[in-house]
Ligand binder design. Sequence first.
Ligand code: ACO
Length: 320
Amino acid sequence: MQYATITGWGKCVPPATLTNQDLSTFIETSDEWIKSRTGISQRHISHVNTSELASLAAKRALAAAGIDGSELDMIILATASPDTLIPNIASTVQANIGATCAAFDINAACSGFLYGLGLASSQIKSGQSRKVLVIGAERLSFYLDWSRRETAVLFGDGAGAVVVEASEIQGGVLGYELSNDPEGRDILKANFGSAMDRFSADSLDFFIQFEGQEIFKRAINGMNKLSVKVLDKCGIDKDAVDLVIPHQANERIIDTLVSKMKIPKEKAFVNIANYGNTSAATIPIAICDALEKGLIKPGQTILSCAFGAGLTSAALLFKW
Ligand code: ACO
């Protein structure tokens, strides 16, 4: 029996920050409004493309795992803001890290990293791959209308990556659940990168737009439903979960989710204050930060869950 274990991790967050205070100098908003509604204090803004952020995170994850890019069997890159659609940017990362394996992008929006990690674990458990690199990377600042306060305050740029390897030691990814609700596909969208751009009568369609309160409710319901499902499937009681690493879209969403699941608030890892919502990158960045803070320890059971455009949902359980 092969287990799929995370053996390396790394993040790349651009150095330039944009604080709430900075934002309030050019749009009608305030630090108080943003912090109290979302938990965000600042976000990082990149001057380089998503693939560059992804490549740096990937190099750090490979170094942490102690392996070379040429040893990889597969690269899965989750992003909703690739610098090019053709070719995929997993191939750009691949060239930058000297890998020669299968490489592809996936777009499951904010759930993309967990979709990728789930698929990577299945590849490994089936014996098809032994070493898979999973990356979540975004440069959403490029696709925001900076004059619209409803969206401009929420997002940030960054990348995170993990190496998943086949192991004889019991643990690693225990199980995962993925879903998509197409009925909600119009409440969170952006037309950038689509064939419709050039014909769009309304240029606002180009940028990210959403129905915030509707997403708020559906995010909680989606993550709760799949988290309960994956716990059931793995035969693990919610009280046995040591740490929850949720997608970081809004601190109030995280608070409501854990309260609905009857999991103590202290078990939820929250770092949204520093980064805002970096979509597919929030969870791998959070894994790196939780490790740096010493919050992830050997033997712990960790639940991760996400929600995003599509409307996608994902929940994944892993043992450290
Ligand atoms: N600064 C100041 N005021 C603002 C801002 C802002 N940045 N944005 C909106 N407002 C105003 C609104 O215009 C409204 O004013 P009005 O009452 O005069 O009409 C008022 O604040 C309240 O707006 P609401 O939309 O009701 O605020 P709400 O409490 O719902 O918070 C928010 C909005 C933060 C977007 C919340 O709904 C949310 O987080 N939703 C889900 C997150 C999300 O949509 N993420 C997108 C990515 S999807 C994902 O990652 C899962």
